[in-house]
Design a protein around this ligand. Structure first.
Ligand code: SF4
Length: 260
């Protein structure tokens, strides 16, 4: 792993930010990097850091507690250059949310994302007391058709209140997965170890958006957490994953083939 401050941000071959963003850099805006510890956040940070002075960068991590991969914060610290890192946490974690609601979140209505990530992160940003904000998020068009339609830069009217001017920017929206890994490698860094272990996505170890391969790998890497999800399926009488056209309704144990 590369140590702090030792990598060359200018090696990165990324498209220049739009003029609106360059203007906001010149105006001294605070660029808030939403950093999960995953590969997209890591590449986004490297891309932003190439153009934005360190003094204008703030990192925010939504700590998901036991449902996130171990070492996320440590990975963020070891791949950034010492900018302020704010760690926020929701009132309840995902397992508690499922147990209290008696149901799993669905991919189409991901209340988990807003409750566990977006809400706590936006609250943290508001509490920074900064008046000019660029909120940087790592969604990419390649991930889904929904994400491909997202605006890459826009004023957040919802958050632009009380004298605050707040923009949402998706700096790596156009990047492919290969380009993300290339950006990380070009900076002399490595992504979090879970990618080498076979996972394709970070954040929650078990996600309602995961594919079969990721669920199986996560069950193998984190059996004690896997057991908790399986137990929740049994106690709620529901299954975590949406039924598929090919396989219909299946429990986690049926999907992974791994007994909890
Ligand atoms: S990673 Fe998946 S399960 Fe976790 S909060 Fe996001 S959408 Fe929900």
């Amino acid at each position: 792993m590369t140590s702090q401050n030792s990598f060359d941000f200018m090696q990165l071959d990324t498209a220049k930010p739009p003029q609106e963003v360059l203007d906001l850099i010149a105006r001294g805006a605070a660029f808030v990097i939403n950093h999960s510890g995953g590969k997209d956040s890591q590449a986004m940070y490297l891309m932003v850091r190439k153009y934005v002075p360190a003094a204008q960068i703030v990192l925010v991590h939504a700590d998901l507690g036991e449902v996130e991969w171990a070492g996320a914060v440590q990975h963020i610290k070891s791949t950034t250059a010492g900018e302020p890192l704010h760690i926020c946490r929701a009132r309840r974690n995902l397992l508690e949310m499922i147990a209290e609601r008696g149901m799993f979140p669905s991919p189409s209505q991901r209340q988990c994302t807003s409750d566990l990530k977006r809400g706590p992160i936006e609250k943290t940003i508001r509490h920074l007391g900064v008046k000019l904000i660029v909120n940087c998020m790592g969604m990419r068009a390649q991930e889904s058709s929904g994400r491909s339609k997202l605006a890459t830069f826009k004023l957040s009217e919802r958050n632009s209140k009380a004298g605050r001017e707040w923009y949402d920017w998706l700096p790596i929206h156009a990047m492919t997965t290969d380009q993300v890994f290339s950006e990380i490698a070009a900076a002399g860094q490595q992504p979090h170890w879970i990618y080498a272990a076979g996972m394709s996505r970070f954040s929650c170890c078990f996600c309602v958006m995961s594919n079969q391969a990721d669920l199986t790998t996560a069950a193998r890497l984190n059996p004690s957490l896997y057991r908790k999800y399986v137990d929740l399926e049994k106690s709620t009488g529901q299954v975590m994953m949406m039924p598929s056209k090919t396989h219909g309704r299946r429990t986690l144990e049926q999907i992974t083939g791994i007994a909890a």
